[in-house]
Design a protein. Structure first.
Length: 252
């Protein structure tokens, strides 16, 4: 039994309106994530969780199941794990329960080849509760974070007493990583909050044993701004056409 991939694709977005179906390299943004899920050898079933009819249309045209999520799970304050649990339960009504469950974001059209499989295998090989992809922070390292007084412009270190921790060359910074949104695999027990000893909270569904898979800097593009959209478009224009083909976007 393979993993169940749940692609989260809410229709609302303030930063980039309609970003999940915004055209990226000639195709709706979500189509690229559907491609990645279909190529993953560890994934046996894919469902798209959405409240948007246009998103549902794109998913169905790509041959993917759709779970329509209720309004309370599609607001700005709705939690990822609530939407993923809803989709997993709905999928179970018509098939075998998925375990593990891969949570993918429709607004991440660029991820390296094989990332989903690497994440799932990390989870299975270590019997961890969750595994997710992390990217190097690069020049946005926490040691180079500062506080700037809005009135005077005076600088203070974010932490400690010395600006930049006294480090001024990027190559001298200790390795640091940030979740990049490329892939997240969780055990069913973790998603359904059945791991003992985990404090309640928005990240409880990660469980207690959490693992990371490292991606290269810039290998994952998570679209939150118009600049991200331009970067993703430029990167994907250089790729070969997807086997799914171009899926047109309806006019507004």
């Amino acid at each position: 039994m393979g993993a169940l991939a749940v692609i989260l694709a809410r229709s609302g977005s303030k930063g980039v309106p309609g970003k999940n179906v915004a055209p990226v390299a000639g195709r709706p943004c979500i189509a690229w994530t559907i491609d990645d899920a279909k190529r993953a050898q560890t994934v046996s079933r894919i469902v798209v969780s959405t409240d948007g009819e246009e998103i549902a249309r794109v998913a169905r045209s790509a041959g993917v199941e759709v779970v329509m999520r209720p309004p309370e799970l599609a607001s700005d304050t709705a939690r990822v794990d609530d939407a993923a649990r809803h989709a997993a339960l709905e999928a179970e009504r018509t098939g075998t329960p998925g375990d593990p469950i891969v949570i993918l974001y429709a607004n991440v059209p660029v991820r390296p080849e094989g990332l989903i499989d690497r994440t799932v295998r990390m989870l299975l090989d270590t019997t961890a509760d969750s595994a997710q992809s992390f990217a190097p922070v690069g020049k946005h390292h926490p040691w180079w974070t500062a506080r700037v007084d809005g009135a005077t412009g005076a600088l203070r270190p974010w932490e400690g007493l010395t600006l930049n921790h006294g480090v001024f060359r990027r190559q001298d910074l200790p390795p640091a990583f940030v979740p990049d949104g490329g892939s997240l695999a969780v055990s069913r027990r973790a998603l359904f909050l059945q791991v003992s000893g985990v404090a309640a909270g928005p990240h409880a569904f990660f469980g207690s044993d959490r693992r990371g898979v490292v991606t290269g800097e810039g290998e994952v593009v998570d679209i939150d701004t118009e600049i991200d959209l331009l970067v993703a478009d430029a990167m994907l224009q250089r790729r070969k056409p997807s086997p799914i083909g171009s899926i047109g976007r309806k006019s507004a």
